[in-house]
Design a protein around this ligand. Structure first.
Ligand code: DHB
Length: 368
């Protein structure tokens, strides 16, 4: 009587290189989920296989192929940056393997394969709220500074369109490379242009460098405000950014300071299990991604199967540490609250303190 094979989740993450904080956060969250919920679902043993793609899409593709063909994983998940998710989408389609995007956030990723399900966010989802908030708060002129690839281009477009619609003026749109960016010459240009605010999107892990150089150039003192999506005040780094970050307003789907019993429980357990590391928005994408996979496996009675799992992932509704969320059955993208937050110091630590919310935001990138 042969024992049933374990249900395998291939978790592909940047564990080294420029995006390593994303990998560290998501791996920790996935392990926390399993520690809290066990490694057996509907009688079936669950096995997590973590692989480092160093955030290079060619490596992501090779690793995904090995996981699917050799290890026979039931699901691939993770995907720290957009190019990594896009590299694997055709393989997911071909092999009918659900691909759970826990980090990458370019709107179009869910359209690259019908097997993609997303538990992170999209940049249009986050950026539109800032395009509404800024003009109502004495910000009439802006320079945008984004990392030059999918999510940055999404952030730039959706912020700009909304900001212009609301009567704002964009003085200049600047783009910095993803690999080894040097923000200095771009920030000098912004200082010369003297906008009311600089709108920034940089991926998780790059925010501290922007903040440091923004402060060193005295741009805050020169009266230029810093705004952006919450990637720039990433909770993984925020507490070390110093006073230059105080007062920075961003829009995003998750703050470690989110005030709910579910989040307090999550933050406490995460920090306890990870030597006091603060969970950031990437971690929550990983934690919720594990929930979506577990619930889907449960619904199939432990049987799994690509199409059955995918069907069971669509339409899931649950309370995340970030607030209420659901997986839109049509788009397979996450619908969630977007919060406006301001960096404040409390008990000697820096936090993204939420002060307003736009409820149940669907990805605006899908309706255009
Ligand atoms: C992406 C990566 C990030 O680190 C982030 O904060 C947002 C988007 C991406 O590559 O899609």
């Amino acid at each position: 009587f042969a024992q049933q094979a374990p249900f395998k989740i291939g978790l592909i993450l940047p564990m080294t290189g420029q995006q390593a904080t994303t990998g560290r956060q998501i791996e920790a969250a996935a392990k926390l989920w399993m520690a809290q919920n066990g490694d057996t679902v509907a009688g079936r043993k669950v096995q997590l296989i973590v692989k480092d793609d160093t955030s290079l899409p060619d490596v992501t593709r090779r690793v995904a192929q090995e996981l699917i063909v050799n290890d026979k994983v039931d699901v691939v998940a993770g995907f720290g940056i957009t190019p990594s998710a896009l590299a694997v989408a055709p393989i997911a389609t071909q092999s009918k393997t659900p691909l759970v995007v826990m980090a990458a956030a370019t709107s179009s990723i869910t359209e690259a394969s019908p097997y993609v399900v997303r538990t992170s966010f999209t940049l249009p989802q986050a950026a539109v709220a800032m395009g509404d908030w800024a003009p109502k708060n004495n910000i009439k002129t802006v320079v945008t500074l984004v990392t030059d690839y999918g999510p940055g281009i999404d952030a730039e477009k959706f912020f700009n369109d909304r900001f212009l619609f609301n009567g704002g003026k964009v003085l200049e749109k600047l783009r910095v490379p993803l690999r080894n960016p040097d923000f200095a010459p771009f920030l000098q240009k912004v200082r010369d242009l003297k906008p009311d605010a600089l709108f920034v999107f940089v991926p998780s892990g790059a925010g501290a460098a922007v903040m440091k150089q923004f402060g060193e150039r005295g741009m805050d003192k020169a009266g230029i405000r810093l705004i952006g999506t919450g990637d720039v005040t990433d909770d993984d780094q925020l507490n070390d950014m110093g006073d230059v970050a105080l007062g920075v307003v961003t829009s995003h789907h998750y703050s470690t300071a989110h005030n709910s019993p579910a989040n307090k429980k999550y933050v406490e357990a995460f920090m306890k299990a990870n030597n006091k590391l603060r969970p950031n928005f990437m971690s929550v994408g990983g934690y919720d991604g594990m929930r979506v996979i577990y619930e889907a496996l449960k619904k199939t009675g432990g049987k799994g199967g690509g199409d059955a799992l995918l069907a069971a992932m669509k339409g899931q509704i649950f309370e995340s540490p970030r607030g209420p969320v659901f997986i839109d059955a049509q788009t397979r993208d996450i619908v969630q609250n977007i919060y406006l937050r301001k960096v404040e110091k409390k008990d000697g630590q820096l936090w993204n303190v939420e002060f307003d919310v736009i409820k149940d935001v669907k990805d605006p990138g899908k309706t255009k």
